[in-house]
Design a protein around this ligand. Structure first.
Ligand code: ACO
Length: 320
């Protein structure tokens, strides 16, 4: 028994913030941001719009694409670092909105790898026969933990949501997932402030702190190893891959992974220019964009990967 992606969906908040808008807010330039990151614009949640507000339309679109009524959902795994509340978790809040009741619903807080962690867990429940219709979500309002006075991080992060529906299948769908974490480097990328440690009284009270160039080097190295690991575990040569659907942190990191796979950039789904880094939402957002514009087709072989704070990272090899 396998699990298979039977529907994808995504949602972006209406407000768009361009690099030129950022030029007016801080000492930066469109040229610097585009050259160093590939980002041109990003979407930012409206005041009062929460992570679950973004996740709900993404989930409904995925369910509609799958031809599944929301009440059929019996498992929700929700990747996010920016939950609406301490509890109930975002999975439960989403379950209530969808009118699905009784199945497990939880969130996973592994930063940018949140969707891949959630997908891996859901895959195992579906394969074990314990879930018949699993909803896997990645959604974030990272703008709420962005220090808008810190140009080294504020130009990167953004808001959005993506979702997939997984169902049991005798045909291979999710071929493998590999997850990793290494807390040794936790000080290179973290969010200041927390429920248990307390929130700093000075501004910014809760914000992402990152040593960008160190994170960059580790991301390139570990993502390279992660894609090799996924191919080796499945006995698949890189020439058999149809698409790379990467985490959208930085176009230069994406290009490095594509080079490692000998994949031309026209076989990589790139949304970083329009979406920025939406953390756990980035991979399912890119996946949905590729499915809906017709580039990603049933039967194709996709490699999904992500790297984020923790550090956490991982991959999924998927037959659509
Ligand atoms: N505008 C203009 N100049 C800037 C900006 C900005 N927005 N930000 C930094 N600079 C300056 C720096 O001050 C520095 O100036 P100096 O040389 O005078 O000291 C210079 O630009 C170079 O800074 P670097 O940090 O070395 O620039 P780099 O080329 O490494 O690019 C970046 C920075 C884009 C952050 C890159 O390192 C990166 O993408 N890192 C990885 C991010 C990532 O993948 N994070 C993981 C996922 S995120 C998550 O988990 C939540």
């Amino acid at each position: 028994m396998y699990s298979r992606i039977v529907g994808t969906g995504s949602y972006l908040p209406e407000k768009v913030l361009t690099n030129f808008d950022l030029e007016k807010m801080m000492d930066t330039s469109d040229e610097w941001i585009r050259e160093r990151t590939g980002i041109e614009r990003r979407h930012i949640a409206a005041e009062g719009q929460t992570t679950v507000d973004l996740a709900e339309p993404a989930a409904r679109r995925a369910l509609e694409a799958a031809g599944v009524h929301p009440s059929e959902v019996d498992f929700i795994a929700f990747g996010t670092t920016t939950p609406d509340l301490v509890f109930p978790n975002c999975g439960v809040l989403l379950q209530q909105r969808l009118g699905a009741r009784g199945g497990p619903a939880f969130s996973v807080e592994t930063a940018c790898s949140g969707f891949l962690y959630a997908l891996s867990i859901a895959d195992k429940f579906v394969r074990a026969g314990e879930a018949k219709c699993a909803l896997v979500v990645g959604a974030e309002t990272l703008s709420r933990i962005t220090d808008w006075k810190d140009r080294s991080t504020a130009v990167l992060f953004a808001d959005g949501a993506g979702a997939v529906v997984l169902k049991p299948s005798e045909q291979p769908g999710i071929l493998s997932t590999h997850l990793h974490a290494d807390g040794t480097y936790k000080d290179l990328l973290y969010c200041r402030g927390g429920v248990s440690t307390g929130f700093p009284v000075e501004e910014p009270r809760m914000a992402i702190a990152m040593v960008g160039n160190e994170v960059f080097k580790l991301a390139v190295s570990w993502l390279g190893k992660a894609v090799d690991e996924a191919l080796a575990a499945n006995g698949i040569d890189k020439s058999e891959l149809d698409w790379l659907v990467p985490h959208q942190a930085n176009i230069r990191i994406i290009q490095a992974t594509a080079r490692r796979l000998d994949l031309p950039m026209d076989r990589v789904i790139c949304t970083v220019a329009e979406h920025g880094n939406t953390s756990a939402a980035s991979v399912p957002l890119a996946l949905d964009v590729g499915v809906r514009d017709g580039r990603l087709k049933p039967g194709q072989l996709l490699l999904l990967e992500a790297f984020g704070g923790g550090f956490t990272w991982g991959s999924a090899l998927v037959r659509l």
